[in-house]
Design a protein around this ligand. Sequence first.
Ligand code: SAM
Length: 315
Amino acid sequence: MTPWRENEVIQNIPSTGSFYCSIVELSMAAPNNKTLIPGESVTLCDQDGGVKDEDKKPEVSNQRKSVGEQNLVSAFKQMKLEREAQKNWDLFYKRNATNFFKDRHWTSREFDELKTCRQSESQKLVLLEAGCGVGNCIFPLLEEECNIFVYACDFSPRAVDFVKKNPLCHPERCAVFQCDLTHDDLRDNIPEGCVDAAMLIFVLSAIHPEKMASAVRNIHTVLKAGGVVLFRDYGVHDHAMRRFKASSKLADNFYVRQDGTRSYFFSKDFLAALFSEAGFCCITIEYVQRETVNKKEGLCVPRVFLQAKFTKRES
Ligand SMILES: C[S@@+](CC[C@H](N)C(=O)[O-])C[C@H]1O[C@@H](n2cnc3c(N)ncnc32)[C@H](O)[C@@H]1O
């Protein structure tokens, strides 16, 4: 089967309301095409060897049940997934190294703050990328913007090592460390209240919904008053959400992939409440509609992301 790969295709679909389309992004198959594809990746049918027969059966029976009656993954398995969350992400980077996600060159286009939130030209913009993976967000920024200092952290020690080994990672321009955002105090590595902008790009979705608030409060502590969180992640009813089997459902809008990594799909209300309760004001929040294109097969699937900006409330 032809993998879905990143295609930079401009869709000729006019902007309407809060929805817009532009460069199709971020669809990449794992090198061996064997696993379900985390992040923004999509295939139209199950990957080779990706779904076992027994995984398919519950979906058929669940079709007869109401949503509320659907069987969720057992509590035992859910606890195991939570316990092994770090291990599963680390194994993801063991399998894929730096080859899975492509560099995200769109962040400064989407978030003006990455260019304009400096108070003066002489002042450095201090950024935090929380859940940086192997640096696909930060390295394009380090390349295009000289006057930034980046703190970057991730759950996976392997991902952190990949970032540290990148030739663009100089100690005078970035500090990289391993941490669990839901548990480890960011102030152990970042001075309190020093960050101008924190990026959360496809990261909160990987965290259990009950622990997201801890991660957001943690980020709050290192942001300046008036500092911003730049957020982009999966939106409810994204194609990736629809593709999950009923047997992969952990909770409302929360699913587990074949490799044990998990994905939450955000609604505006859920996200706005999460940040409001952690001491943020919402600046913008909107669904972003994109299309992932497989040119070879002439197929195109709709994607839904949620993009938002929050500012730390002055206390
Ligand atoms: C889909 S990747 C996105 C990586 C990166 N932000 C990017 O845009 O390429 C999700 C990342 O979140 C990290 N992650 C998951 N749970 C985390 C946690 N509790 N604390 C810190 N990072 C976490 C994973 O290790 C993984 O690198």
